[in-house]
Design a protein around this ligand. Structure first.
Ligand SMILES: Cc1cc2nc3c(=O)[nH]c(=O)nc-3n(C[C@H](O)[C@H](O)[C@H](O)COP(=O)(O)OP(=O)(O)OC[C@H]3O[C@@H](n4cnc5c(N)ncnc54)[C@H](O)[C@@H]3O)c2cc1C
Length: 408
């Protein structure tokens, strides 16, 4: 069995190792000058390769009903066993799984070593430009060093990833190749990415980090996440924003011009508890200025912007501030409004929402419209939350496709 794998990323390498282990002859085509480059950037260079808390709810898709049958075939323990067989020791940090040495390069290295040990043919700098089905076999056309060539395979695995981490101009190769076989796709939109806001005061908030709850309204639905929020001179970032970003990017892509976000800088307090605290402070700190009054509550820069937006001068003595004005400012601490006008571009995104519709593939990830062609990883319409779920999707789908292609 001769298998051609288009894309030497996480899912392509997992597929290749699985198929080679089952006796297939495998050629991996990778357009970059080396395979698995993206893995080096994952988890801030530490590679958060999976998560013990994985459930189907950690993934989003236009067709979520197809996720469970796929995810149950290669579980997190199965994946750890796969890596253990390659020599990688792993560690658990609050459910997030990393290589023991916390070096993403170790993950890439064990994959590379296995490919070489098992006899994979790896063609780097080789861009697959076209795929043709030819009497039950596949013709793979590649461009390398200004030369063109074509090779025949029994099976093909499309593991081209998405546009995440790439500049806008990069072609959507994977989707184009899939679409040339009539497979229906959801357009890629950035996910796990920063959001841009229109408020002119963002510059004054740059550098603020706060444990906050962030609520986004997109497509008429409110989504909320809690975690470390980061404010930048152009908008909002940090884990809770990343988790929400795919909904924002999709709504903007569908034509919504702006989306409202509300930040709660004091998510640990109920409205009543915060009101009580404010009124107690008003008694305790009656002679202080507004600036001093709010010192010791939330980040100084955020408090300063709220006071300014509420028209309360820093120097105003608190005993001269009417209670309703104090409470109105107080409400802003828990419902600070922002307006999102854009998501950052693909180059800044960790993953993409969208891809080939899951209904286009069987549980074994074979294209229903093209026997012998399998699809893996981010090329499929499934995007995971932050926390190792996207790589787990790449390993799971790669292993399923590699196994199915070799056996078929
Ligand atoms: C900065 C960053 C940090 C991340 N951190 C994490 C993390 O800690 N944990 C986590 O779970 N996920 C993380 N991710 C996401 C994770 O890296 C991806 O979900 C995963 O790599 C997807 O695997 P894939 O095989 O589908 O695609 P990729 O890994 O992108 O591989 C696709 C490969 O196909 C090649 N290719 C595409 N088209 C062609 C063509 N026509 N011809 C030849 N080759 C082609 C590409 O060059 C690429 O190498 C991160 C992503 C980024 C950008």
């Amino acid at each position: 069995m001769k298998i051609g794998i288009i894309g030497g990323g996480a899912s392509g390498m997992a597929a290749a190792i699985t198929a080679l282990s089952e006796g297939a002859a495998v050629t991996v085509y990778e357009k970059n000058d080396r395979i698995g480059k993206k893995i080096l950037a994952t988890g801030n260079g530490k590679c958060n390769l999976s998560n013990t808390a994985l459930t189907c709810g950690c993934y989003r898709s236009e067709e979520p009903q197809y996720l469970a049958p796929i995810l149950k075939q290669v579980t997190v323990p199965d994946t750890l066993a796969f890596f253990h067989r390659l020599g990688l020791m792993t560690k658990d940090k609050n459910g997030c799984l990393y290589p023991e040495c916390e070096q993403a390069s170790a993950v890439l290295d064990v994959l590379r070593f296995a490919l070489s040990r098992l006899g994979a043919v790896v063609k780097t700098g080789a861009v697959v430009t076209r795929l043709e089905a030819d009497g039950g076999r596949f013709l793979v056309h590649t461009k390398k060093d200004n030369g063109h060539s074509a090779e025949v395979f029994d099976k093909i695995i499309l593991a081209c990833g998405s546009k995440a981490g790439l500049s806008q101009e990069s072609s959507e190769n994977g989707l184009k190749l899939a679409a040339s076989f009539g497979l229906a796709c959801v357009p890629f939109t950035p996910a796990l990415v920063q959001l841009r806001c229109k408020e002119p005061f963002m510059k004054a908030l740059a550098g603020v980090r706060a444990q906050a709850s962030v609520s986004l309204t997109a497509g008429g639905v409110e989504y909320s996440e809690i975690g470390e929020l980061q404010l930048t001179d152009y908008g909002i970032s940090g884990i809770p924003v990343f988790q929400l970003s795919r909904y924002a990017a999709k709504a903007l892509h569908k034509g919504e011009k702006q989306l409202s976000v509300s930040i709660n800088f004091l998510p640990q307090l109920s409205c009543q508890e915060w009101k009580k605290e404010l009124l107690m402070r008003k008694k305790l700190l009656a002679g202080e200025s507004a600036e001093q009054f709010f010192t010791g509550t939330i980040h100084k820069k955020a408090a300063a912007v709220i006071l300014k937006e509420c028209g309360i001068p820093f120097t105003q003595r608190m005993d001269t501030l009417p209670e309703e004005k104090l409470l109105a400012a107080g409400r802003m601490f828990q419902r600070f409004p922002l307006t999102v006008t854009a998501a950052n571009p693909f180059i800044n995104a960790q993953v993409c929402a969208g891809g080939v519709r899951l209904s286009e593939v069987t549980e074994k990830l074979e294209a229903k419209k093209q026997k012998g062609m399998y699809l893996t990883g981010e090329l499929l319409d499934a995007d995971g939350r932050c926390g190792g779920y996207n790589l787990q999707w790449a390993w799971t789908t790669g292993i399923i496709a590699g196994h199915a292609a070799a056996k078929a």
